[in-house]
Write a protein that binds this ligand. Structure first.
Ligand SMILES: [Zn+2]
Length: 276
């Protein structure tokens, strides 16, 4: 039963498609442009120029791009709600809000989805050692945060006084418990690296492209992807078998030269025979 929970959570988090089905070439272009503007602003030394560049960088996005961002935000909110409803063990309350480390927080801060996809990809292509190291690193960082959540003091360096100040604070046991749940989840995954697989249908849209194998030779995530792969293989075989037999493809000029040389050869042969 516990296994099923881990499996379901990990599949949900890893497969969640927050980009949505819409093509976002427009947004990619916009983001690239923003990155360029930021670099220009960062490199500029002239204050007036800098202010102008900052204004350009901060200008509101075109309506179409804003609509795409709105859609992403909407999808994320729905995803958050679904996670909270289906996986309460990975959530905790800090008194005012429900929080977690697997969904949006995970996407933006710890980027747990991209890390998990990376682990899946590595394990799926025979790089289990690398995948294991990556997972261990992830669970270590969560374990470190367990200690932080349970600490009863905070400390920071005071520059004016030139000393470290220590102040008391409340331990956060709920947060620590959820972090511990994350550590357990990642350790569970570490023991199952052998069954991770990324569907080999390059156009997989099943929503469970990252899956756990049932049989050792599983290559595709679902019956539909198997069918598509089979059809693709057949189309390739057919294309190959229908290719016309290989014939030298000489140009008309070359062909006429070849004819000429054959005629000359025959003529020469006849001439030398006549001499004998
Ligand atoms: Zn698939």
């Amino acid at each position: 039963m516990e296994d099923e929970r881990f499996r379901a959570l990990l599949e949900t988090v890893t497969n969640f498609n927050w980009e949505g089905p819409r093509s976002s070439a427009l947004r990619a272009e916009y983001e690239e442009q923003k990155a360029k503007q930021y670099d220009l602003w960062d490199a500029s030394r002239d204050e007036a120029e800098k202010a102008k560049l900052w204004g350009m960088y901060k200008a509101p996005a075109p309506a179409a791009v804003r609509a795409e961002y709105d859609e992403i935000r909407k999808r994320l909110r729905e995803y958050q709600r679904a996670l909270r409803r289906d996986f309460p063990e990975w959530h905790y309350s800090d008194g005012s809000r429900v929080r977690q480390f697997v969904g949006r927080d995970g996407l933006s801060q710890g980027a747990i989805q991209s890390e998990l996809r990376n682990v899946w990809q590595l394990a799926s292509t025979g790089k289990a050692d690398k995948a294991k190291r990556k997972l261990r690193k992830m669970s270590e960082s969560f374990a470190l945060n367990v200690d932080r959540a349970l600490a009863t003091t905070d400390s920071w360096y005071n520059r004016e006084k030139r000393e470290t100040e220590v102040v008391p604070r409340k331990a956060r046991p709920n947060e620590a418990a959820t972090l511990r749940q994350m550590v357990e989840t990642l350790e569970w995954l570490q023991r199952r690296l052998g069954s991770l697989k990324v569907c080999e249908n390059p156009k997989c849209v099943s929503g469970r492209k990252y899956f756990f194998k049932v049989y050792p030779n599983d290559t595709y995530c679902c019956a539909r992807c198997i069918k598509i792969a089979k059809a693709l293989r057949k189309a390739k075989r057919d294309a190959e078998s229908q290719k016309p037999p290989r014939v030298p493809n000489f140009s008309e000029e070359t062909r006429s030269k070849m004819r000429m040389s054959a005629v000359l050869r025959h003529a020469n042969e006849r001439a030398s025979k006549g001499k004998n």
